[in-house]
Design a protein around this ligand. Sequence first.
Ligand SMILES: O=P(O)(O)OC[C@H]1O[C@](O)(CO)[C@@H](O)[C@@H]1O
Length: 259
Amino acid sequence: MEILIERDAEAVARSAAGVVIDQLGANPRTVLGLATGSSPLGLYQELAAAVRDGRTSLAGCRGFLLDEYVGLPAGHPERYRTVIQRELVDQVDLDPDRVQGPDGLADDLDEAAARYEAAIREAGGVDLQVLGVGANGHIAFNEPGSSLASRTRPAVLTQRTREANARFFEDEIDAVPRRCLTQGIGTILEARHLLMVVAGEHKAEAVAQFVEGPVSARCPASALQLHPRVTVCLDEAAASRLELGDYYREVRAAGPTAD
Ligand SMILES: O=P(O)(O)OC[C@H]1O[C@](O)(CO)[C@@H](O)[C@@H]1O
């Protein structure tokens, strides 16, 4: 893993945007994997500024969401397809018809999950996957206990995740759906490059676990240790419980590494 420790959340957003912009420079037809939640918002704002300044373009890209709540009606402000439209697609030159997420309104959720996997495959797979991590170590909506080989499927949210996400639902826990469709951990690991963005002290334990802890279903994000190309952008607060923080700083100062 490449670990980039930045001063604060703004620097994390700039650093992560640099990774995306480099990828778009190398391949303007990049297939982007898009996370929602609060973690990538700064990154998306940086990308919007870069598009406005003519420093990058997402016009040739396709986008695939990581996950979706089950049952939120089309146009609901917290439906992830709506969130990504508002926070990214409307701010950049990405064609909305080239962005899709799992269908959380499908009658047959298993079939919708299989269809979504097929769509990602047909697009040639994800080139660069943006990720955030939950305080309990979840990636996408793969909660602790998820198989590290899991595929896109219907899943059940933990009480902890629903409580964390209640802030998006006017603090009404009962308004947060209990079920979701999520890319599996095995699906996510097929992306060619994973870009994890994390800020804040409340994520420090999850970061220590997924970067330095055992690879375990207890911490779904620890599966990233098995991937050959992962960039983790952290602020100082999120990095504060890493035992090897100084080493990661030394490695970065030494230049590009394959670790
Ligand atoms: O970024 P947040 O809002 O803390 O959420 C953590 C992660 O949980 C999810 O919201 C679950 O989809 C991710 O998209 C996100 O990165």
